[in-house]
Write a protein that binds this ligand. Structure first.
Ligand code: 6PG
Length: 470
């Protein structure tokens, strides 16, 4: 009996996806570069299941029903190319390879072409939801050859998280569209995580709140219109006590955030496109600064600043902090979606942004109640320039911007860094400002470099001999 699909890479994501697919009635062949891992997986988790272990690429390819469908779950970067180098020559016209890792979109673009030249189909597919999602229902963002998507549509629809508006999987467009959408998903993920971390810092250092008390606040927020996975896990993290010591584990964790690159790539691409994604960028920089642990330790003894403790009413502060967090989170989605809009125009993806919102409704890390109104706004106006221009976000801005100003102002007065919240505020303030001071920048550019400028009172391009005038 041949397998319906094969999974290469038996790290936890690959294992869980194989188990998820099998649980939906499919037969799955599995392969891992190190045979011992395949053996261990099959013995520990796949007994009595329709899972076929294979120990060479040839055996793996032979075990698959044609056209072959192969899901690659190996580390992004060189390992994907190494695997493809061995795999491609063994495949036949019409076979499909799906890269389910967090590959850089430029790599995917190149691999789609390579596959095409060999008569193969290729899908660069972002899969979100971590280990749990892989097993119980991830969110799947595919791009590449549309015919390839049709070959696995049924499998994807059955293994994906089931959201309020259908299975959370979708085909987004040619080339690297799927990996691009997933990369921006991760950028938004970084920005929401940073916003939540800033709220935690303000409550902890500013108000002196204990983890259990902060958990109550996150629990309340999670029940409101902001609710979503990252708020839910924050509450659970804050309540968790180290079993040995009995103290909240979060306070025992080193304050250095790691990153595997997708937030950085998202920001790099935003810069290349000329699309404003400052809250996502600030979240990446915040992780970078957090990694300077030793320098920060030394600087904390040299550079002075105000006391972080805030003398404010706790209920008022946490109430207004909700508004600040709400707007910052909306800014993260707004910037990410704007980036997708701009990338689609530049790269010819033909992205349906409302579909991205639908696919993010369940299974992925940025799933949130907010995606329901976000999708509605995008369905009503597919080319919406910025979420804040549509309801309910326009009214939310009106309702909460004073809170965001008040919270960030207090944070600055007390020396607590809030880069994500600050950037959300200044981004919208700049966006809604009819006349920015860029006229002065143009004058400076023209002064030192004869870069020319345009005028508001007459047509044309102008240069002034500023020295002569002065
Ligand atoms: C997901 C996540 C996942 C990502 C991790 C770690 O959607 O399931 O985005 O793909 O790899 O969250 O990312 P960092 O190591 O960069 O924080």
């Amino acid at each position: 009996m041949k397998a319906d699909i094969g999974v290469i890479g038996m790290a936890v994501m690959g294992q869980n996806l194989a188990l998820n697919i099998e649980s939906k009635g499919y037969t799955v062949a599995v392969f891992n570069r190190t045979a011992a891992r395949t053996k261990e997986f099959v013995e520990s988790k796949a007994q009595g299941k329709r899972i076929i272990p294979t120990y060479s690429l040839e055996e793996f390819v032979d075990a698959l029903e044609k056209p072959r469908k192969i899901l690659l779950m190996v580390k992004a970067g060189a390992p994907v190319d190494e695997m493809l180098e061995g795999l491609f020559p063994l495949l036949e016209r019409g076979d499909l390879v799906i890269d389910g890792g967090n590959s850089h979109y430029a790599d995917t673009e190149r691999r789609v072409k390579e596959a095409e030249e060999r008569g193969l189909l290729y899908l660069g597919t972002g899969i979100s939801g971590g280990e749990y999602g892989a097993l119980h229902g991830p969110s799947i963002m595919a791009g590449g050859h549309k015919e390839g998507y049709e070959l696995v549509r049924e499998i994807f629809e059955r293994i994906a998280a089931q959201g309020p508006e259908g299975p959370c999987c979708g085909y987004f467009g040619p080339g690297s569209a799927g990996h691009y959408v997933k990369m921006v998903h991760n950028g938004i993920e970084y920005a929401i995580m940073e916003t939540i971390a800033e709220a935690y810092d303000l409550m902890k250092r500013g108000l002196g709140m204990a983890p259990d008390e902060m958990a109550e606040v996150f629990s309340d927020w999670n029940r409101r219109e902001l609710g979503g996975y990252l708020f839910e896990i924050t509450e659970r993290i804050l309540r968790y006590r180290d079993p040995e010591i009995g103290k909240p584990l979060v306070e025992l964790i080193l304050d250095t955030a790691k990153q595997k690159g997708t937030g950085k790539w998202s920001t790099q691409s935003a810069l290349d496109l000329g699309t404003p994604a400052p809250t996502i960028a600030m979240a990446v920089f915040a992780r970078i600064i957090s990694a300077f642990k030793e320098e920060r330790r030394a600087a904390s003894r040299v550079l002075t600043g105000p006391e972080p403790s805030l003398s404010v009413d706790r209920a008022e502060f946490t109430g207004r902090l909700f508004g600040a967090v709400y707007l910052s989170v909306v800014a993260a989605y707004a910037q990410g979606l704007r980036q997708l809009r701009d990338a689609s125009a530049e790269r010819g993806y033909g992205l349906d942004l409302a579909e991205a919102a639908r696919v993010w409704m369940a299974g992925c890390i940025i799933r949130s109640k907010l995606l329901v109104p976000i999708r509605k706004a995008l369905l009503e106006q597919p080319d919406l320039p910025l979420l804040f221009l549509a309801e309910p976000f326009k009214s939310a801005w009106e309702k909460y911007h004073e809170d965001l100003r008040w919270v960030t102002c207090l944070a600055h007065q007390h020396g607590i860094p809030t880069p994500a919240m600050d950037s959300a505020l200044t981004f919208v303030d700049a966006y809604r400002c009819e006349r920015l001071p860029a006229n002065l920048i143009q004058a400076q550019r023209d002064f030192f470099g004869a870069h020319t400028y345009q005028r508001v009172d007459k047509e044309g391009t102008f240069h002034t001999d500023w020295e002569a005038v002065a």
